[in-house]
Design a protein around this ligand. Structure first.
Ligand code: SF4
Length: 216
């Protein structure tokens, strides 16, 4: 009985220590986010990325309580990964790059078929910006995909394992995809869509073109 009670005392102490450490890490991460937003400058990028990745869900709730948009967590992570991984992406051959657009960037009148292997089979009907962009990609032998779901990019990379990836998506999906690809050390760059809303979203195509064709 005595042994059992001392076991629970130790367990209680360990639990309290874990809570205190988590609280300190959350406080550190919140201060980092706040100062990044205010100063518009990323400090301690790798530490910040580690903290934001580890404390992702509680941090999203916490930043709202200090009057910041919850998307700030994703945006900072995307920004840091773009900075950390930019050399690998921009030093990759342009012909080895693939560009992946989100499903929501199509026109609502899109008649293209969808397959699990290649995603949306764009027929360049001209009802959304992707058709014209596909023409540019096709003439430069660059593979372009419209992803029917978040896990699609993993399937693309199974079929094209030596590619570097230019991702276009909303903050939540883009951050998630970039996190997955960075653990596999795949050269990547992420561009956020400008108009969100899950239907006929929009992205700055000039920026996509610039990042797709820029090389060191
Ligand atoms: S251009 Fe392609 S993706 Fe856009 S609506 Fe037409 S077929 Fe669909």
């Amino acid at each position: 009985m005595t042994e059992l009670s001392s076991f629970f005392s130790v367990l209680g102490v360990v639990f309290v220590i874990i809570i205190v450490i988590l609280g300190i890490l959350l406080l550190m991460a919140t201060i980092l986010i706040y100062s990044i937003v205010k100063k518009k400058k990323i400090i301690f990028p790798r530490t910040t990325l580690f903290l934001l990745d580890t404390l992702y869900y509680p941090l999203k709730r916490l930043v709202v309580s200090i009057n910041l948009d919850e998307s700030v967590v994703d945006r900072i992570e995307i920004d840091i990964r773009n900075k950390i991984l930019r050399n690998e992406y921009f030093s990759s051959k342009i012909k080895d790059r693939v560009v992946v657009f989100p499903y929501c960037s199509r026109s609502m009148e899109c008649k293209a078929q969808v397959s699990p292997e290649v995603g949306v089979k764009c027929i360049k009907c001209g009802k959304c910006k992707i058709g014209k962009f596909k023409e540019i990609c096709d003439s430069n032998s660059i593979k372009i995909f419209i992803a029917p779901g978040g896990s699609f990019v993993k399937r693309v990379l199974k079929r094209h394992p030596n590619s570097s990836v230019l991702l276009v998506a909303c903050h939540v999906e883009l951050n998630e995809m970039m996190r997955i690809l960075s653990t596999k050390r795949i050269p990547e760059y992420g561009i956020l869509i400008e108009k969100t809303g899950c239907i006929e979203t929009d992205v700055d195509m000039e920026l996509v073109k610039e990042i797709l064709f820029e090389a060191y």
